[in-house]
Ligand binder design. Sequence first.
Ligand code: BGC
Length: 453
Amino acid sequence: MKRKLVSMTLAVMMGLSLTACGSGGDDKAATDKDNAATQDNQDDTADDASSDDAADDGAADDGSSAEVANKDKPLVWFNRQPSNSSTGELDMAALSFNDNTYYVGFDANQGAELQGTMVKDYIEANIDKIDRNGDGVIGYVLAIGDIGHNDSIARTRGIRKALGTGVEKDGDINSDPIGTNTDGSASAVKDGEIEVGGKKYVVRELASQEMKNSAGATWDAATAGNAIGTWSSSFGEEIDIIASNNDGMGMSMFNAWSKDNEVPTFGYDANSDAVAAIAEGYGGTISQHADVQAYLTLRVLRNALDGVDIDTGIGTADEAGNVLSDDVFVYNEEQRSYYALNVAVTSDNYSDFTDSTKIYEPVSKQLDTAKSPSKKVWLNIYNASDNFLSSTYQPLLQNYDDILNLEVDYIGGDGQTESNITNRLGNPGQYDAFAINMVKTDNAASYTALLNQ
Ligand code: BGC
C-alpha cells in the first residue's frame, strides 16, 4: 500500500512536471479519466501486492488526478516542417508549442546536394551516350513536387546547382518552375556547361512544372505522367535526363515514357518500386532514411510519455539496446528538429535498399510494457495517396508502433485541405500524444488551435 502511494505520488509528479501522459491507451476499461500512470509499474516488484496493478498500465486504478491538458501532450510534426512556405522561415511557435514538441524530417539540403551530384556523376560517367540527338546540348526536364514545400524547393535547387543551371534570386538559387525552355531563353534558369574529357557540353533545363492536379494535390504522380507525355511529343528527342523531386512522380514518368525510351530518370525517396526499377534503367534515387525518421517520429513521443530523457533510444541506448549512430541523424536543438541523413541509391548499391519498409536494425528491439505501457497516438498523413508516405513511411510507422507499445490511429487526408484532417481531430482528449503531417507547412496553427481549446 505504501509502495503504491509512493508510486502514485511519483506518477502525479511526473504528470505535472513532464506533461507526459494522457488517457491510458490500451485500457479497454477506458475511463476517460487521465492518469499519470506511466511510472506506476516502475516499482513493480514481486512484493508489490496487487497483481492487477502490475498487469495493466494503471489506467483506471490509481485514480490520480493528473489529467493532462491537450495543449501539454507530446506533439511531433513530421515530414512537413512548420514554416513559411514562401520564405522558408521556421514557425518556431509551432515547433515549441510545448516542452514536448519536436519536428522529425531529414536534412533537405544535404539530400538535395546528393541528388544533384548523383545526376551530374551519371552524366559524366555516361557522356558518350547521354546526348541522344548529338546536338551538344544535354537536355533535362524537371518534375517539381510543391513550390511551397521546403524539401521540394531544396531538390530543385540541388539539381540546378549541380548542373550549373541555377540563377540567383534573393541570395539563393531560384526554384521557380519555368514551363518550357527549349530555346534556352527562360530567365529563372540559365544554360549550364559541363566539360568531360576536354569536351564541353551545354546543359539545359528544357522544361519544369509543379505537378499539382486540378483539385490541388501536389507531388501528383499522374500529373507528372501526363506532363512527360506532352513534353516528349513536342521535344522528346532533346530530353536526355529526367529529374524529379520524388520517386512517385519519377516512376510515373518512367513508366509512361522514359523506360521505353531509355532516358535515365532520377527521383528521391527510395520507394521499393523505384529501387527495383534501377535494374531496368531508372537512374537512381535518394534514401531519406525513412526507417530512421519513422522511428524518431514515434520515439520522441514515447520518451515524452515515459518522462525519460528525450535522447533515450536515440543518441543514448535504451534498456533494450536501441540506439542510433550519429551518421544517420542530427538533432538541432534550436530548431527542436531531428533530421535523418540521406544516402544515394544507384546501380552500385541498390540491392541494399530493395525493401523500403524494413525497420532499421539498430532500433528494432521491443520495449518493455512495464516501463513503457501502451499509449494512444493520433497520427495523420496529409495525403493518403502520397507515394512516399503511404508506401514507405506509414508501413514503417506501423512496424515501429508495436515495438514502442504505441496504439496509433492513422488518419489519411486528401492532400488538399487541412480541414479534411482537422475535422478528424474532434476529440483530442482521447489521445495521449499527436503526430502531425500538415497539408501546408504554414498551417500548424489549425492544429494547435484544436489542442489549445
Ligand atoms: C517526399 C515526397 C513526399 C513529400 C510529402 C517528401 O519528403 O520526398 O515524396 O511527397 O515528402 O510531404
